[in-house]
Ligand binder design. Structure first.
Ligand SMILES: Nc1ncnc2c1ncn2[C@@H]1O[C@H](COP(=O)(O)OP(=O)(O)OP(=O)(O)O)[C@@H](O)[C@H]1O
Ligand SMILES: [Mg+2]
Length: 284
């Protein structure tokens, strides 16, 4: 009797701690962690709880950062619009073609920001809901390259493609990987001046497939490289196209690649082009 009482107490202690922590989590304290004891079911439950609390905390931090980044992004175009319009109303500024088109430019910038945000939200929802199917990667790369070819011809940038002879079968979400390739191609086009070259390549290794997009354009300064995948990061003006983007393309590329268990690398130097490589794992 005494032994079983002691045992019951030993069993119920971690459960009580868990229940307390769960209650506090429910009340909004996301820093809660318990000390999981042992390898039994209760210990396992404790570890699952800690994992859950950590991921809730991460999501909350992500949400806060998104809100503050967004407020920061919106502030500049809104302030510019406000000052311009107030100056027009006060008669300090005359509504010339030039002044109106600068206001129009700010409105377009806001529009682009909103549509990039919609894309980001869709990509994030897609990460949780990948629709994988077996595909030959060559087809996808070919399709995206064909879609972009007219834009490259228009700008006078040569677009070439290099594919292996045999099929590159892989399980992936075709829409999402097409979006990844599309975003990389659109950057390559934007940052490569007329007369330049872009090469898209797919290669198959033993354990992974690699898709690379290499351009001969403006390149990325070394100090920018750690930040280019961050939401809203844009390089300075003067690299050919930085000012008219929202800095969201590469964030989406990285999220979708990682959702497939893959990785993205970049090699680049100022004025010496850039090469982005996506590596997607093959099943063992
Ligand atoms: N191929 C490239 N060559 C040179 N710089 C690049 C290249 N790709 C990306 N960058 C740099 O990384 C930054 C972030 O790229 P990202 O695609 O996320 O944003 P963006 O192209 O500026 O805007 P968005 O893609 O949202 O329209 C760019 O502003 C640019 O400075
Ligand atoms: Mg981009």
């Amino acid at each position: 009797m005494i032994m079983s009482l002691g045992m019951a107490r030993r069993l119920s202690r971690p459960l009580r701690a868990l229940s307390r922590a769960a209650q506090q989590l429910k009340d909004g304290d996301l820093t809660q962690q318990v000390e999981p004891e042992g390898k039994d079911e209760i210990g396992q439950l404790g570890r699952v709880f800690n994992h859950l609390a950590k991921s809730l905390q991460r999501q909350e931090q992500f949400r806060r950062k998104l809100t503050s980044d967004l407020a920061h992004e919106l502030r500049t175009p809104l302030t510019n619009l406000q000052t311009h319009i107030e100056a027009l109303l006060d008669g300090v500024l005359t509504p010339t073609q030039e002044n109106l088109s600068s206001i129009h430019e700010e409105i377009l910038r806001l529009g682009r920001l909103v549509s990039s945000l919609e894309k980001l939200t869709r990509a994030e929802a897609g990460v949780l809901n990948l629709k994988r199917e077996h595909r030959d990667l060559r087809e996808l790369v070919e399709k995206m390259t064909c879609q972009f070819q007219p834009l490259f011809i228009d700008k006078g940038v040569k677009l070439t493609i290099s594919l292996p002879r045999g099929p590159v079968d892989i399980s992936l979400d075709a829409d999402k990987i097409s979006q990844v390739i599309g975003n990389l191609l659109s950057n390559a086009l934007k940052f490569t001046p007329q007369g330049g070259e872009v090469e898209v390549a797919a290669r198959k290794g033993d354990r992974e497939v690699r898709i690379s997009v290499k351009d001969s354009g403006a390149g990325i300064p070394e100090r920018d490289i750690p930040f280019i995948f961050e939401r809203f990061f844009r390089g300075e003006d003067g690299n050919g196209g930085g000012s008219n983007g929202s800095g969201i393309g590469l964030t989406i590329v990285r999220e979708l690649t990682e959702a497939h268990g893959g990785k993205i690398d970049v090699k680049s130097q100022r004025n010496r082009g850039a090469e982005f490589t996506i590596r997607l794992p093959l099943p063992l």
